[in-house]
Design a protein around this ligand. Structure first.
Ligand SMILES: [Zn+2]
Length: 406
């Protein structure tokens, strides 16, 4: 991911609309951005709207196999989960091919970095290595959020069935295994606490300490379903967010995924600690999850990000507008977030959550940028977020290398 070259964008989003933008890239980084200049000889011309590369903050690549297969019958989130457990057995080779096809689909939709929330540990690090190899093969950046998963409920009950293969046994063995994985070009090793359901307080402290020692991002599923909150109140006498606070987990290096069933104190707490929140609206709709208090979280100080989660849909612009549109239906009011903020969720805030210095077209940042076919009008974040989709992406550059061109 250390490519170089010169690109000339007809229109680009630099935090404001800019025209005739020269992007010079050296050694994978943006060297300079110059507005209002003609294309020099030899520059690669980008017709359309060029924006920073998008970040898919939360993915479980294996769940892509469920697409279209779980839409009949009936049930709730927990019934869906039983179906999902049937898709957790892979060989290293098959998983590499599968992840490569999922990551190719992400790149085609303008995703230049993915956070893979990975808990398929039946073969130790074999499937994690497959995720890394698939990222290298396809050219996407990956933050491997290696996930600690130890228990079958908030009360510490043992794992059952397929869940058993997700576990390292205890948090020390989790960290010893993760230590064997290495950062590399386009690869960051990071940590995840699966949830307060699957990780007890002492173990979550071990995971957080590991992440903080390494300066690595730390992610956690938080309050996706009411049952998690109810069980946490019974076992610990507090909400999941309050439990994470009590154990010293919350901070600006943490991303809480879903964060749906929160009370006012939880919202204030997450905001005060500058915990990022990842909304996965297409998956949450698919699973019958309710709508989280995203407007209140943003107002409290939490940066918002987006992710494709189960990969029922892979389209960060759909996620970004879903973040807003779901709240409109839930509240009966319009425009909780400005379009520029939704675009920031899909780019700069998401990149920060994954530990990449990208998501903005600025000198010194990683040279990730995406061009969308646009309908002959001036670049407008409202039209971009609400009128375009991943299918409008025509060119993708990651670290100064063109990985999609059509
Ligand atoms: Zn998830």
């Amino acid at each position: 991911m250390k490519g170089g070259g010169v690109w000339h964008a007809e229109q680009a989003w630099l935090g404001h609309r800019a025209v005739d933008v020269l992007i010079e890239v050296d050694n994978g980084l943006i060297k300079s951005i110059t507005e209002g200049v003609p294309a020099p000889p030899g520059a690669t011309i980008l017709k359309g709207w060029t924006i920073p590369g998008m970040a898919n903050v939360h993915s479980h690549a294996f769940q892509r196999v469920l697409r279209g297969r779980v839409e009949s019958g009936g049930g709730d989130f927990w019934d869906w989960r039983k179906e999902m457990y049937r898709a957790t057995e892979w060989t290293a080779e098959r998983y590499l091919d599968h992840c490569a096809s999922v990551f190719t689909e992400m790149l085609a939709a303008g995703v230049t970095a993915v956070g893979e929330f990975h808990y398929l540990h039946a073969r130790g690090n074999e499937l994690g290595a497959s995720v890394i190899a698939a990222a290298k093969r396809t050219g996407i950046r990956v933050t491997l959020l290696d996930t600690c998963y130890l228990h079958g409920g908030v009360d510490g009950r043992p794992l059952e069935g397929a869940q058993r293969s997700f576990s390292d046994g205890d948090a020390r063995r989790w960290s010893a295994r993760v230590e064997e994985l290495e950062d590399g070009a386009g690869v960051r090793i990071a940590a995840a606490i699966h949830s307060v359901r699957a990780v007890d307080p002492a173990s979550m402290r071990v995971v957080a300490a590991w992440a903080r020692n390494r300066g690595a991002p730390l992610h956690v599923h938080l309050a996706e379903q009411p049952a998690e909150v109810e069980q946490c109140l019974v076992t610990h006498g507090c909400t999941p967010a309050a439990l994470l606070e009590r154990e010293g987990i919350l901070g600006d290096d943490v991303t809480a995924v879903h964060a749906i069933h929160l009370d006012e104190r939880d919202i204030a707490l997450l905001g005060r600690r500058r915990v990022a929140v990842c909304a996965c609206t297409t998956s949450e709709r698919d699973l019958g999850d309710q709508v989280g208090p995203l407007g209140a979280l943003a107002a409290a100080g939490s940066p918002l990000t987006v992710g494709s989660d189960s990969n029922a849909v892979i389209d960060m612009l759909e996620e970004a507008r879903g973040l807003e549109l779901d709240q409109r239906r839930a509240t009966g009011r319009r425009v909780h977030h400005q379009p520029e903020a939704l675009l920031q969720a899909a780019t700069a805030s998401g990149m920060r959550s994954l530990g990449w210095d990208a998501g903005e077209l600025k000198a010194g940042r990683l040279a990730d940028f995406v061009t969308l076919h646009a309908p002959g009008r001036d670049l407008d974040p409202g039209y971009l977020v609400f009128g375009l989709s991943g299918r409008d992406v025509i060119n993708v550059v990651v670290g100064g290398k063109t990985v999609v061109s059509r």
